[in-house]
Design a protein around this ligand. Structure first.
Ligand code: CO8
Length: 260
């Protein structure tokens, strides 16, 4: 295991648990994304692994999403490198051949929600203090088309449209109602429910399941593959704008002032 990812593979069941351990909030920095990518690659190549559960080692937080500091006050080369690694992790997870289950044991805004949505199944802790959603517009930024596609594929067009415009964060029970998560269970049961659900997936022949998954997801994956460079250019020019940098700066200040 690397420093930000704790990986436990049970070779008798074929189930790997990848725990994010990047305090305080598992924000997805370049290092976080690189380590997650390496862990996923290793597991993909490991024949004794058939499914991966993503969860958090931090209490109350699944992931705070992209690390805002990677998008604030840096140079264009940095933004481009960061965005490429965000694309990489999405491409890897959305087209991952093995079963993936998100064990969402805390809040999961923006990039955290995106990561959960790339999984085959989502189980969230029933704590009403936790929220999940694509809240980008609340930061004055815009979720890119492939974030939007992932949400449409998960909750449908109308719900995604409302959700994206308002930058809605959903409580676990509301997330369940719109189908953003598949199950809500008591906090202490999130991981064990993920394992039980994984066992149900494992009963399906891998090959048939993999082809079905790919059939559902390939058009969405291909859209980004066809325009990766343009998408990076878009991101870099958008995030470099003075007005956007100002919004992010205000949002960071707000996050810090919220402190008790
Ligand atoms: N990036 C960097 N730092 C963060 C982030 C983040 N995403 N989230 C929190 N932090 C920092 C806080 O500023 C704080 O720092 P400090 O200790 O220096 O004051 C520290 O982490 C702890 O945060 P909190 O005190 O807020 O912790 P809480 O336990 O009270 O709350 C939450 C945890 C709920 C996760 C809360 O921190 C939160 O809501 N964070 C913001 C989450 C967010 O809005 N993320 C959006 C990121 S943008 C994204 O993922 C997609 C971008 C798409 C880009 C498209 C552009 C074109």
């Amino acid at each position: 295991s690397s420093s930000k990812m704790k990986v436990d593979l049970d070779s008798s069941t074929g189930i790997a648990v990848v725990k994010f351990q990047s305090p305080p909030v598992n924000s997805m920095s370049l290092d976080f994304l690189t380590e997650l990518s390496i862990s996923l690659e290793k597991l993909e190549l490991d024949k004794s692994c058939r499914g991966v559960i993503l969860t958090s080692a931090q209490p109350k937080i699944f992931s705070a999403g992209l690390d805002i500091l990677e998008m604030y006050g840096k140079n264009p080369e940095h933004y481009a490198e960061f965005w490429k690694s965000v694309q990489d992790i999405w491409l890897k997870l959305y087209s991952y051949s093995k079963i993936t289950i998100a064990s969402i044991n805390g809040s999961s805004p923006a990039g955290g929600c995106l990561m959960a949505m790339t999984c085959d199944y989502r189980i969230m802790a029933d704590n009403p203090r936790y929220g999940i959603g694509l809240n980008e517009t609340q930061l004055g930024i815009v979720a890119p088309f492939w974030f939007k596609d992932t949400m449409v594929n998960t909750v449908g067009h109308r719900t995604a449209e409302l959700s994206l415009q308002f930058g809605l964060m959903y409580s676990p029970s509301d997330a369940l109602k719109i189908g953003l998560v598949d199950q809500v269970v008591p906090e202490e049961k999130v991981l064990s429910t993920a394992t039980e659900t994984m066992t149900q997936f494992l009963a399906i022949p891998d090959h048939a399941r993999e082809i079905s998954k790919s059939m559902m997801r390939k058009p969405t994956v291909d859209r980004l593959l066809a325009s990766r460079d343009a998408d990076i250019k878009n991101f870099v020019s958008f995030i470099s704008k003075d007005s956007i940098q100002k919004s992010l700066g205000m949002y960071l200040t707000m996050l810090k002032q919220r402190k008790v």
